[in-house]
Design a protein around this ligand. Structure first.
Ligand code: HEM
Length: 154
């Protein structure tokens, strides 16, 4: 029952794409902090040039947000798939989906409060927790896919 709809390539592909995108979002986020560009774009939800190409000033902020849209979409799709088909990864996938929603709200507050230190700290620590949960989801999917492959070659 648990594995009936389980397609190893879909589960591993989705969870890995979400993880890789999340890693990229975090990389750009840390770059923004380290280069003191956190206040370069104070609009919400998009930077001043909206869906157009970003100006040099908003470049990293613009892509931090743009990549969040892709990462969050992948996380929600992974959670929906895991909830139905990948029982061992269900919990972590759902926690990841909840955390990404919290992280987006924290990102908004970080911008609206002009980098309130407590919120920046919460944004970083939630990001780490989020990455850990996405990694666990990927590892569980991978483990299950391997188990499936081994049992089918026996
Ligand atoms: C998947 C969602 C997100 C993740 C994983 C994420 C991750 C991160 C990380 C790891 C940092 C570096 C923090 C530090 O080094 O202290 C950062 C910085 C930042 N993030 Fe995000 N972020 C996300 C969503 C957002 C959103 C939606 C916004 C809203 C605009 C946002 C705004 C910012 C800003 C302004 C900074 C720079 C803070 C500073 O200069 O100190 N983030 N983000």
């Amino acid at each position: 029952m648990e594995l009936q709809q389980f397609r190893p390539k879909v589960a591993v592909g989705l969870s890995f794409s979400a993880l890789a995108m999340l890693y990229s979002v975090m990389l750009v986020g840390v770059y923004i902090t380290a280069s003191h560009q956190g206040l370069s774009c104070q609009d919400w939800p998009l930077c001043p040039n909206g869906f157009g190409l970003p100006s040099e000033k908003h470049f990293f902020e613009h892509y931090h947000r743009f990549m969040v849209v892709i990462a969050a979409s992948l996380i929600y799709v992974t959670a929906a798939y895991a909830a139905r088909n990948v029982r061992p990864a269900r919990k972590t996938a759902i926690i990841t989906a909840i955390l990404v929603s919290v992280q987006i709200v924290l990102g908004m507050l970080v911008v609206n409060t002009k980098l309130e230190p407590l919120l920046v700290a919460a944004h970083l620590s939630t990001g780490i927790l989020l990455f850990a949960m996405a990694l666990l989801t990927f590892l569980e999917s991978y483990r299950l896919a391997r188990k499936r492959r081994e049992s089918s070659t026996l």
